[in-house]
Design a binder for this molecule. Sequence first.
Ligand code: 2XP
Ligand code: FE2
Length: 390
Amino acid sequence: MRCRLGVRASNSTRASSSPWSVKFPNRSPTNCAAESDAQAQPSRWVEPTQVRAAHLESTVTKVSNVFRLPVGARPSPQLGEQRPLEPTSPKRSEGGIVAGFLAPHPPHLIYGENPIQNEPRSEGGWETLRWAYEGVRRRIREVYRPDVIVVHAPHWITMVGHHVNCVPRSTGVSVEPIFPHLFRYHYDFQTDVELAHAIADSAEGLGLTVGRMTNPRLRVDYATIGSLHLVNDSWDIPVVSLSANNNPYFYSDAPQDQMELLGEATRTAIEATGRRAIVIASNSLSHMHWDREPDPPEDMSAEHIYNQHQYQWDMHLLEALRSGLGPDDLRSIISAHIEATASETKAGSLTWMLSALGWPVMPADVLAYGTVIGTGNGIVEWDMGKSMIS
Ligand code: 2XP
Ligand code: FE2
């Protein structure tokens, strides 16, 4: 079934008289990512204004390019305010992984924030999740002060092998194919190339198939960009970005064992290079969402969990994380949660991160939980300093 959430206008192109009415004529279950198609058609409730038609034309064209055409001919974004960085920051004295975060990437959170890098404009929305991310940003800036942020994201899908972005500086426009009217983000970041290669080497050493991505024209996926923006909107910390070596939306029972090895490889490489690192898992939790959206998309009177079943399973998983259960219990609860809720953690980011942290038996801090177009999203922190104290 094709996802009915099609291309809509951003606020800047919405008629100013638009009522704040919620239009859910036919809510039906979907995991839209499963049905996303770069050629998604506009839903029938899209108002046919000239401005919107122009927007649609350009958006559909560009979105259809996301996976099919080289983007190199496209000019780089000219934000001009990004602070240039050396490819690798100076090492701090205490290396190793200092914290992990479950850091979901719903494009709505960036849309709701209205950062300069994102083209669409909004009236806000999803504040409690966004405020939790503000706290994460403060802690990363003031407490953890990492040399590097390592991210694993479900929408950089590689069919053969685990790929590591080894491009020294990535620039471009990242577009969400289901919600291009919410997320068209101009990014510009630096990779810690030495660590990227070290992770690739280490993963190969553990027997994984690995790719080193060196094409500066590859468009960076919105899950990587979304989570990185949410944890560090100033983009002044180098990054290592890892792909999801699976097709998470076709196989709900994909085994997670390779993610465990990738996590081990990540930890080994971080320690060997002496980096002080944060690891972030770019995953939502329960992942059924509505196939229609309200007008405007940030109408919070329409926002709630998809159903009670999804909610209860999300709480079950979060309770397990905050109880500090051991690896065996967590593995089986993560797996059951995937089965029960179509959780986005099936892409492996959470398992990778827990493995990189060494499956710490410590209570995680659930900083926030909230829904985004029906999906469950937990922002969760593992402060490894605490684990060393206890
Ligand atoms: O998970 C995604 O990437 C989606 N686009 C779904 C939308 C909201 C997620 O919570
Ligand atoms: Fe996603």
